[in-house]
Design a protein around this ligand. Structure first.
Ligand code: PBG
Length: 350
């Protein structure tokens, strides 16, 4: 008799062992370990810790001012002096790092985004002030030209095209400017080819070997960035979309290629962005490379949770916790989230 496919199925030693040790109902009742809170916590497979959180903060010029971001209820943009007070809250809550985004005054924006490498720009001043006040708080700075360009793109625009190599040169100047001002981590979010390697080389050349690179390796051309673009003021000006440099939401393999290249070029950590719609990408990246992997729960994701909660559709804190656990389950080492301070409070009260 010829062997059917079924006959040839074989179990791995691990699977065979599992079959022997797992009884069926009624010996096995999975509800036993769900019966009490302490027990559920004890056998929890993933845990969210305050040290997993990175808080993205928006900085504006001026004094003693906090401006609401209308598309992100609960999020404010702060002048540097006010940001210091917020950083104190974050430090007190145990949040290890802040990522800074500037709202550049319109009169300082140019086609080439030269303000990005002005040593006295808003980001450098915020960085220096925060570092002086809270030397132990990690500061991450974003590298991309969109907060500084009149056209709102992350790179140089010429005849309707985003120039790659010319943009990389300016991004290196921007990264060095932030390094000199004392940043801990450079996070290139521009998606130009070759920028991680070029930035690494530029940093090393000036003696900044210890500044780490957290690359936005798999950054998708997503509509979930809308509220962020309101917050930094790049929305109104943005001509066209970012599809020639940010990734197509249809792709997975390409994300692995992006990560492989960034790691090869010297990225210390990689990021997936947005977060919730891309959990499969996070999982695949973590299991393929085993490198420190982060997710950015972006502005639109935050707005979805917050506005749904305001409408009485769900409980904000529970929804936030559940969404952040999904990142941990998918394999994230850390998460950038606008809800960092909210969730830190919940975690420490527990
Ligand atoms: C810009 C940048 C963006 C975000 C972080 N850095 C927006 C964009 O690419 O247009 C989005 C963050 C968010 O939506 O919260 N390079």
């Amino acid at each position: 008799m010829t062997a059917t496919k079924k006959d040839t199925v074989s179990f791995s030693p691990e699977q065979a062992l599992l079959k022997q040790t797992t009884g069926a109902y009624p010996q096995t009742r999975l509800r036993r370990l769900r019966s009490q809170g302490w027990l559920r916590d004890m056998v929890a497979e993933t845990k969210l810790d305050v040290t997993d959180l990175i808080w993205p903060a928006f900085v504006i010029e001026g004094e003693n001012e906090a401006q609401a971001v209308s598309s992100m209820p609960g999020v404010e943009r702060f002048t540097i002096d006010r940001l210091v007070r917020e950083a104190e809250k974050a430090a007190h809550a145990g949040i290890p790092a802040i990522v800074l985004f500037p709202t550049t005054p319109e009169e300082k924006k140019t086609a080439d985004g030269a303000e990005s490498y002005n040593p006295f720009n808003l980001i450098c001043r915020a960085l220096q002030t925060l570092k002086a006040e809270y030397p132990d708080m990690g500061i991450i700075t974003d590298v991309a030209l969109d907060p500084y360009t009149t056209h709102g793109h992350d790179g140089l625009l010429e005849d309707g095209k985003i120039l790659n190599d010319e943009s990389v040169q300016i991004l290196c100047k921007q990264a060095l400017n932030q390094a000199r001002a004392g940043t801990d981590i450079i996070a290139p979010s521009d998606m130009m080819d070759g920028r991680v390697g070029a930035i690494r080389q530029a940093l090393d050349h000036e003696g900044f070997q210890d500044i780490a690179i957290m690359s936005y390796a798999a950054k998708y051309a997503s509509c979930f960035y809308g509220p962020f673009r309101d917050a930094v003021g790049s929305n109104a000006a943005l001509k066209g979309d970012k599809k020639t440099y940010q990734m197509n939401p249809a792709n997975t393999d390409e994300a692995l290629r992006e990560v492989a290249l960034d790691l090869q070029e010297g990225a210390d950590m990689v990021m997936v962005k947005p977060g919730m719609p891309y959990l499969d990408i996070i999982h695949r990246i973590k299991s393929t490379f085993n490198a420190p992997t982060f997710a950015y729960q972006v502005s639109g994701e935050y707005a979805m949770l917050k506005i749904a909660a305001q409408q009485g559709c769900l409980d904000y804190e529970h929804a936030l916790m559940e969404s952040l656990l999904s990142f941990k389950r998918a394999g994230c080492d850390g998460i950038l989230t606008y809800g960092a301070l909210d969730i830190a409070k919940t975690l420490t009260q527990k």
